[in-house]
Design a protein around this ligand. Structure first.
Ligand code: PXP
Length: 239
């Protein structure tokens, strides 16, 4: 099973201060050094974290395959066709949401999704559809021509431990169906060190895309050394 690291929230920190750091490109290079298999970045319509320029730099200047998450919006599809990331994951997007709240409604938007899958695929981009673990939706994914689905694990990960079984059953059924239809099965959203073991019950997983929990842990892994470095810097004071 491969790990794609979503580095959006490095850009969130940068955008919070309007600085040029921390740079998601530097984060991607560190992820590659640590052994990650891919980099995921979500170019949102409101550009709240990742910017257009980040996507171009992440494609060209770091060694891992780039998975561009995006809504099915013409202007962003155009960017994807210019950048040609290894993979595009189509996600739904609402302006007010804190994060991607649900999967794409492939049935309601079937024609538009099928057409985008076709143009991206013709450009050599692997298309993945981020969907809820729902069997009718999975069947529709197959009909769009997309080779991959990413199962939304948020409902499972965010549920109280006692309520997780029902969500896991849905994930297992969806993964089995997707696999039987010849679709590659990825998963993501809300995965952290605590619930990772539970995710292992889902069969056929190719890649986990994980962001928020890794960036959160990185803050604490780096905090002690960062404080020490500042204290060392302050030793220079001679006043
Ligand atoms: N996969 C998709 C399609 C997402 O939209 C996100 C969140 O941007 C993730 C994976 C990563 O989720 P998290 O940040 O909760 O690990």
């Amino acid at each position: 099973m491969k790990l794609g690291v979503n580095i959006d929230h490095v850009a969130t920190l940068r955008q919070a201060r309007g600085t040029v750091y921390p740079d998601p490109l530097d984060a991607a290079i560190l992820c590659a050094r640590a052994g990650a298999h891919g980099i995921t970045a979500h170019l949102r319509e409101d550009r709240r974290h990742i910017q257009d320029d980040d996507i171009f730099r992440l494609k060209e200047l770091q060694p891992l395959p780039l998975n561009l998450e995006m809504a099915n919006i013409e202007s962003i599809v155009e960017i994807a066709l210019n950048v040609k990331p290894a993979e595009v994951c189509l996600v739904p997007e609402k302006r007010q949401e804190l994060t991607t709240e649900g999967g794409v409604d492939v049935i309601a938007h079937f024609d538009a999704i099928k057409s985008t899958v076709q143009s991206l695929s013709e450009a050599g981009i692997e298309v993945s559809l981020f969907v809820d673990a729902d069997e009718t939706t999975i069947a529709a994914c197959k009909d769009t021509g997309a080779p991959t689905v990413e199962l939304h694990t948020g409902s499972y990960c965010d549920a109280e431990p006692n309520d997780r079984a029902i969500h896991m059953e849905q994930l297992i059924r969806a993964a089995d169906l997707a696999h039987s239809l010849g679709l590659k099965v990825n998963a993501g959203h809300g995965i952290n060190q605590e619930n990772l073991g539970g995710i292992f019950c889902v069969p056929h997983l190719a890649t986990l895309n994980i962001g928020h929990s890794i960036i959160c842990r990185a803050v604490f892994h780096g905090l002690e050394i960062s404080v020490k470095e500042m204290l060392v810097g302050m030793l220079e004071y001679e006043g």
